[in-house]
Design a binder for this molecule. Structure first.
Ligand code: TYM
Length: 370
């Protein structure tokens, strides 16, 4: 089995979620908590399938909400390239939470991060991806009345003032221990986590009272918020809570879908032809030959194609189970399974692209001016 790495900047190898839960100190979303969330969200595919599966202080958030102390949502994107289907998972769930709880959402674009952590990208290239990514964010359908998009370099007037308060409480040795930095790490990287902490308390600063914050994200971002949870109470704010999801895997095998390998990823900007090509080329849990597959069956547990159905493209549990069984028992071949998936992804991306075009008209309604 390949060695696992899960940091905010690198995800590789076979992901062992149980090990991550232990190492990061996360809590599983238990039945009681799921039932409580369902009261507001209704039946939810991401919860039912345990795609969103772990949390920090979600019970606190829901208890406070029931007492009338409303929380706000915070999530983000590091604009290092075009948006891919994986990024959309936490955003779609965040929209469902915004609709269910009628909450404010703060969305952060960490253009500074992507400049500091990339060997290739210029500031101008990152700025361009920021604009492109914002179209995808708006296309997800967040409420313009209740959503604010902050971009680090653009909104530095507001964000930097708060980031220095956080930075003053973080030592170099903490960032070394949490992120694996060393003496050759550029100083911008060492500072950066302070910027990602700010939206977790910016509403409390603006409204001059403590407001709970819930952050939906995939498990790779947890390290930032472990630090934020340590520091924010020292500044007089609540610890931010989180609800975290698994990764939709890359099409070339294990790990997460990576924006740096175009073949492992379906971008929201891909054409129908691109999608067809990528899915046809994708790794599967299939056998070497059709004869073997018929005899021994495939392995949907390690198959990114099956995971696509699981995460987004087969909403009916019974049909998903039938597909799983048909694969396992050698009745369904990979080629056929891929051919059934292609039009579903094409339809989804086409609809998203229409909304992405419309987003251009309402772009400015979402942007924070400071
Ligand atoms: P970024 O741009 O790497 O990722 C954006 C969001 O997508 C999640 N994600 C995935 N989810 C499911 N499957 C995948 N394959 C997959 N790949 C990425 C990430 O966990 C993230 O939620 N530094 C951050 C930007 C940021 C942020 C935040 C993210 C700033 N503030 C608050 C979450 C919450 C970044 O570079 O994310």
């Amino acid at each position: 089995m390949s060695e696992m790495t899960v940091t905010p900047w690198e995800v590789k190898g076979e992901i062992d979620y149980n090990r991550l839960i232990e190492e990061f100190g996360l809590n599983l979303i238990n039945e009681k908590l799921e039932a409580k969330l369902k009261k507001y969200l209704g039946d939810n595919l991401f919860l039912r399938r345990k795609i969103f599966f772990v949390h920090r202080d979600l019970d606190f958030i829901l208890n406070e909400f029931e007492k009338g102390n409303k929380f706000y949502l915070y999530t983000g994107r590091g604009p290092s390239g075009h948006t891919h289907i994986g990024h959309l998972i936490p955003w779609i769930f965040t929209k469902q939470l915004q609709d269910a709880f009628k909450t404010k959402l703060i969305f952060q674009l960490t253009d500074d991060e992507k400049f500091l952590f990339s060997d290739k990208l210029s500031i101008e290239e990152v700025e361009n991806f920021t604009k492109e990514n914002i179209l995808d964010i708006i296309a997800v359908g967040f409420d313009p009345e209740n959503t604010e998009i902050y971009t680090d370099l653009v909104n530095s007037k507001t964000l930097y003032k708060q980031a220095v308060r956080v930075a003053k409480k973080i030592t170099f040795s903490t960032t070394k221990a949490v992120f694996g930095f060393n003496n050759s790490t550029n100083v911008g990287k060492i500072f950066f986590t302070s910027m990602q902490a700010v939206p977790a308390f910016i509403e409390s600063v603006k409204q001059n009272k403590n407001i709970p914050c819930l952050i939906p994200h995939a498990i790779d971002q947890d390290a930032h918020f472990r630090i934020a949870r340590d520091i924010l109470p020292k500044l007089g704010y609540y610890k931010p809570a989180s609800i975290q999801c698994q990764f939709i895997p890359g099409l070339t095998g294990s790990g997460k879908m990576s924006a740096s390998d175009p073949n492992s990823t379906v971008y929201t900007t891909d054409s129908e032809k691109d999608i067809e090509k990528k899915i046809k080329k994708a790794f599967t849990g299939g056998r070497e030959t059709i004869e073997e597959q018929k005899k021994l069956g495939g392995n949907p547990d390690i198959c990114p194609i099956f995971k696509y159905y699981f995460f987004l493209f087969e909403k009916d549990d019974k049909k998903l189970e039938d597909r799983f069984k048909a694969c396992k028992t050698g009745k369904l071949m990979c080629g056929e399974c891929k051919l059934q998936l292609i039009p579903r992804i094409q339809k989804f991306i086409k609809e998203h692209q229409k909304k992405r075009e419309k987003a251009k008209e309402i772009f400015n309604e979402f942007i924070v001016k400071d």
